[in-house]
Ligand binder design. Structure first.
Ligand code: NDP
Length: 291
């Protein structure tokens, strides 16, 4: 753990645009306070053309690390001195450690998902159906493969994006990965262990949008997960509960990625319950329009 000069805070933050509404700072500062760390997290609106200046400024000011969100997750890579193996495979960085040997990029999104998943189910040997092939899906697919998932079926409208992820997984792991074009209600195979919605379907304000799958194909033996943080209780998760399946919401992933960031920067394992409470307060409860 860094040993800041007394009364000099450990400085962290985020560079993204638009930056408003990013709840990661609330979670980080709640963890710092809970663990008695004098630390700050500053949410900064930074466009790609000012990213290099922002990174140089952070280093000059002695920041210990920072996050990147849209549109800077790829652009930051050329500014770094090294990449964690999964960040290199994913091709995107959302967390940077400032170390004595330079700036090291990580991708904690997929790791956050897998860490949340592990509380419910061992990903090793799991047969997974993953909806989506954007940034979140790519990070989750890579981490599931590195965690030893047996198979990944990646279902996406634009199937070529799913094919690219499946190829990365096959080339870099023992996981059996295949892409499927999503052109109608998708029926889950009965031996599926884990189902993940990694699309943006269901994100507020479009809270009644549903993942186009055959609800009756969800079985009680499956764990159904959603990446949507707001609202946390999506149509998919409600359909899964109606089928007596277990569920995992998108806020669990968000909390765990933020916890991994704090662990990388400060070398401590922060209290997730404290961070979840801070997240719930920061995002607030989505009120169902008809309730
Ligand atoms: P991208 O824009 O990179 O990808 C969006 C994905 O959603 C694509 O696969 C896209 O399919 C699919 N999609 C969007 N709308 C539809 C639709 N109507 N029908 C079918 N497929 C659709 O976004 P990200 O991957 O960056 O983010 C996805 C979601 O993950 C967001 O809602 C974000 O909030 C959430 N997220 C949650 C995190 C967490 O910690 N909980 C962390 C990161 C992201 P296609 O390729 O065919 O267009």
């Amino acid at each position: 753990m860094p040993d800041p000069t007394p009364l000099m805070p450990a400085l962290t933050g985020s560079f993204s645009s638009p930056a408003g509404g990013n709840p990661t700072g609330a979670m980080a500062e709640a963890a710092y306070a809970h663990h008695g760390i004098l630390g700050r997290y500053v949410n900064c609106d930074v466009l790609p053309e000012r990213l290099a200046d922002a990174v140089r400024g952070a280093v000059a000011m002695g920041w210990i690390g920072f996050n990147l969100s849209l549109p800077n997750k790829q652009a930051v890579i050329e500014l770094l001195d090294g990449l964690a193996p999964s960040a290199a495979l994913i091709g995107a960085v959302n967390c940077v450690q400032v170390t004595n040997s330079g700036l090291i990029g990580h991708n904690t999104d997929g790791q956050g998902f897998v860490q949340a998943l592990r509380v419910r189910q061992d990903p090793h040997g799991a047969r997974v159906v993953l909806f989506g092939a954007g940034g979140a899906a790519r990070a989750i697919a890579v981490e599931l493969a590195l965690a030893g998932a047996a198979s990944l079926t990646i279902v996406n409208r634009h199937v070529e994006r799913a094919e690219e992820i499946a190829r990365i997984v096959r080339d870099n792991s023992r996981t059996d990965a295949m892409a499927v074009a999503w052109d109608g209600p998708f029926a889950l195979a009965a031996d599926t262990d884990v189902v993940v919605n990694a699309t943006s379907i269901g994100l507020a304000p479009d809270v009644e949008a549903r993942v186009d799958l055959v609800a009756a194909s969800i079985l009680p033996s499956m764990l159904v997960c959603d990446v949507i943080p707001n609202p946390p209780d999506t149509v998919l998760l409600r359909e899964a509960r109606a089928q007596h399946a277990a569920t995992l919401d998108g806020r669990s992933m968000l909390v765990n990625q933020a916890a991994i960031n704090v662990a990388l920067w400060l070398g401590l394992d922060p209290d997730r319950a404290v961070m979840r409470t801070a997240l719930d307060v920061a995002i607030g409860d989505w009120r169902h329009p008809t309730s």
